[in-house]
Design a protein around this ligand. Structure first.
Ligand code: E4P
Length: 216
C-alpha cells in the first residue's frame, strides 16, 4: 500500500519524507489556504521535496476554467496530479487532462457509481472520503470494498486512494479492503508505529542490557 501525506505544510512533509515511508502528497484548497502562501509556490516546493505524485486541486467549477487551471497546475512539475471534484464538469476535465498525459485525482467521491464514472473518465486516482461518510453514519469502508470489487470486475487501473482518514483503524481497514493508497494526516502516519507493548518491551530489554553491561 502506498502512503501519501495529507498536508500542505512543507516542513512536515520534509521531515516525514526522510523516513522513506512517504510515496506522495495530497493537498486540497482548505489545507493550502491555512498556510497563507501563494498556491503555485507551495505546490512547487512540495514537488521538489517528494518525487511521488502531489495532488493539487483546481478551484474552478466549470469545464473550461477547470481545464485551464489543471494545465497551469500540471505545468508546475512533472509529478503534479491535478485534483478535480466529482462533478460532470470535473469528469470532463478529467478525461481531457488524462488524454493529455496528466495524472488526475478525482476527489470528493462518496458513492461507488461516482467511482465508476471516474474510472471511465480515465482518472489515475479516485478519492473516496471515508471519514466524512462515517461522520454522517455511513460506513466509509463499505465504499472502499465496493469500489475495489467494481474496479476488479472490469480491470480498471484507477488507483483507490482512501482519503479523509481519521485514525489508524481507517488505515488498517483500507489496507484490508484493498485500497491502493491511503492519504494520511501526519499525526496518523506517526501514530501507526505506536504500541504500548512495544514501549514496554523495549524498556525491559534496555534495562536488562544495562544491568548486564551489554554493549554492541
Ligand atoms: C485528501 O485528498 C482529502 O482532501 C482529505 O483527505 C480530506 O480530509 P478531511 O475530510 O479530513 O478534510
Amino acid at each position: 500500500m502506498k502512503f501519501f501525506i495529507d498536508t500542505a505544510e512543507t516542513n512536515v512533509i520534509r521531515e516525514l519524507a526522510e523516513t522513506g515511508l512517504v510515496d506522495g502528497v495530497t493537498t486540497n484548497p482548505s489545507l493550502v489556504a491555512k498556510l497563507g502562501r501563494p498556491f503555485g509556490e507551495v505546490i512547487a516546493e512540495i514537488c521538489e521535496i517528494t518525487p511521488g505524485p502531489v495532488s493539487a486541486e483546481v478551484v474552478a467549477t466549470d469545464y473550461d476554467t477547470m481545464l485551464a487551471e489543471g494545465r497551469k497546475l500540471a505545468a508546475i512539475a512533472g509529478n503534479v496530479a491535478v485534483k478535480v471534484p466529482l462533478t460532470w464538469d470535473g469528469l470532463r476535465a478529467c478525461r481531457a487532462l488524462s488524454d493529455e498525459g496528466t495524472a488526475v485525482n478525482v476527489t470528493l467521491c462518496f458513492s461507488a457509481n461516482q467511482a465508476l464514472l471516474a474510472a471511465k473518465a480515465g482518472a489515475t486516482f479516485i478519492s473516496p472520503f471515508i471519514g466524512r461518510l462515517d461522520d454522517i453514519h455511513i460506513d466509509g469502508m463499505e465504499l472502499i470494498e465496493e469500489i475495489r470489487a467494481i474496479y476488479d470486475n472490469y480491470f480498471y487501473d484507477t488507483q483507490i486512494l482512501a482519503a479523509s482518514i481519521r485514525g489508524p483503524n481507517h488505515v488498517r481497514l483500507s489496507a484490508l479492503a484493498g485500497a491502493d493508497v491511503a492519504t494520511l494526516p501526519p499525526d496518523v502516519l506517526k501514530g501507526l508505529a505506536n504500541h504500548p507493548l512495544t514501549d514496554k518491551g523495549l524498556t525491559a530489554f534496555l534495562a536488562d542490557a544495562h544491568k548486564a553491561g551489554v554493549t554492541v
